[in-house]
Design a binder for this molecule. Structure first.
Ligand code: UGA
Length: 455
């Protein structure tokens, strides 16, 4: 098969990173967005959001003429052979995924398909609950095109597994590709594209039906979220036992070949645009199917509590009250190497601190602007520092929320010099024993204290 031309509908993390990497590998890619500003930025070789290494790839792909962004969907579809639906599916109040953009995009593809006389392939890549491709997307495609799936066009569902902050690396070398297919012809078409895309890389391709592929995405994300809540609960237990360190315990747990320790890092909880939303969506889907998702409900509860727990640790160290205490927050984004504030534990932490009348000062290497926007919405008052030292100046307590490299490298002397008293609450366990010994007080998630309850 000649190299197919690709349309990517949606230029968020999933869409734009895929567009850039497909273009880097020599495919002609049209990236469609409804937002003119975004389109202009991309065509000037810039990603509209921060993602490690992405700007450089977008720039060279645009310069090489392989990647172009367009406003609207029509042109992208008419000029391409495979169309990826990569639009967002945010949570509705009910927890269900909002399919508005998926519906709009499917209808627009249908309209364009009316004018196409060659067989082409629609690939759903957005996170959607089982049944959505068959029961929502395909009927819209058929209705708006007047054509039949399987006859005039193919349909696949292929979930995306990239992590923000490592999106480029994950898209260049995925651990696997899951292809959910409407029929064999659709699956063959997508598999052939993947083989061209990952030539020489030995990426396993797993083929299954549409619904199973949709469920794989929720399966992976909720399993990982469950790992995190599990280890955070274990960390809470460990904290009550003097001398126990959950990070040491995980080395032992993970030595069992059946357990992968990669997502067993205790911390201040999971955030981001995926785990919180996907856990909620699967809970809500399960209830609609008359299944009580008890485990998933608990995963969510434990995660909510973890952010509050870290504030409670700070409160203990402040002698039982946070009122008028100057609390320095290091890190705001939901994880390092991104400026993304969506569902970041920092939001819950700051709200909880504010409710207890603490004075909050925060510093994040990248997320400052997004945090400002977010906290204005919550109407909570935060001072933003332009550097770590400015943030720590005269602080009573420092809470580390995001494990940016810049923070990992910090020496205890900086805390001792800048803070009123160097009381540290390490929400990501980035500082070692040497460091701990040199500050006035150190509390870490999952690190046993001497405040033990024995009865
Ligand atoms: C997650 C998945 O890891 C990706 O595979 C998936 O494609 C993506 O969601 C998605 O559905 O689009 P992402 O949200 O970018 O990726 O970030 P992760 O690295 O998974 O981290 C999520 C949250 O969990 C972060 O707040 C992180 O700090 C937290 N986390 C992660 C822990 O607290 N402990 C861990 O051991 C691992």
């Amino acid at each position: 098969m000649a190299k197919p031309k690709i349309a990517i509908l949606g230029t968020g993390y999933v869409g734009l990173v895929a567009a850039a990497i497909f273009a880097e590998r020599g495919f002609a890619v049209l990236a469609s967005s409804q937002d003119k500003e975004k389109v202009d930025l991309i065509n000037h070789g810039q990603a509209p959001f921060y993602e490690k290494d992405l700007d450089a790839i977008v720039e060279s792909a645009v310069r090489a003429g392989k990647l172009r962004a367009v406003v609207g969907r029509q042109e992208a579809i008419l000029k391409s052979d495979i169309f990826f639906i990569s639009v967002g599916t945010p949570s509705l109040m009910s927890g269900e995924a909002d399919l508005r953009l998926v519906r709009e995009t499917a209808a627009a593809i249908g309209e364009a398909l009316r004018e196409k006389d060659t067989y082409s392939l629609v690939v759903a890549r957005s996170t959607i609950v089982p049944g959505t491709t068959r029961n929502v997307i395909i009927p819209l495609l058929e209705k708006h095109s007047g054509k039949k799936a399987g006859e005039h066009f193919g349909v696949c569902m292929s979930p995306e597994f990239l992590r923000q902050g490592a999106a480029v690396e994950d898209t260049r070398s995925p651990d696997s590709v899951v292809i959910g297919e409407f029929d064999t012809r659709s699956g063959d078409f997508l598999e052939e594209f993947c083989q061209q895309l990952y030539a020489g890389q030995n990426v396993p391709i797993l083929r299954m039906n549409l619904e199973s592929a949709e469920m794989v995405k929720y399966g992976r994300n909720t399993f990982l979220a469950m790992n995190i809540s599990y280890i955070n609960e274990m960390a809470r237990i460990a904290e009550t036992i003097p001398g126990v360190d959950i990070y040491e315990v995980v080395k032992g747990i993970g030595a069992d070949w059946r357990i992968n320790p990669a997502f067993l890092k205790a911390g201040c909880g999971y955030g981001g645009s995926c785990f919180p939303k996907d856990v909620k969506a699967l809970i809500s889907f399960a209830r609609l199917q008359a299944v009580q998702p008890q485990l998933l409900e608990t995963v969510e509860v434990v995660n909510e509590q973890q952010a509050i727990h870290i504030v409670e640790i700070a409160k203990q160290e402040m002698g039982g009250t946070l009122k008028r205490k100057r609390i320095a927050l290091l890190g705001l984004s939901f994880k390092p190497d991104t400026d993304d504030m969506r569902e970041a534990p920092a939001i819950k932490v700051a709200n909880h601190l504010y409710a207890q009348e603490a004075n909050i000062v925060a510093y994040d290497p990248k997320a400052g602007p997004n945090a400002r926007k977010r906290f204005i919405r919550d109407t909570i008052k935060i001072s933003y520092a332009d550097s770590v030292e400015e943030c720590l100046k005269d602080a009573d307590c420092c809470i580390l929320l995001t494990e940016w490299e810049e923070f990992r490298k910090m020496k205890p002397e900086v805390f001792n010099r800048c803070m009123k008293k160097s009381v540290i609450v390490d929400g990501r366990r980035i500082w070692d024993e040497e460091f701990r010994k040199k500050v006035a007080a150190y509390r870490g998630i999952g690190l046993g204290t001497d405040k033990v309850h024995t009865s």
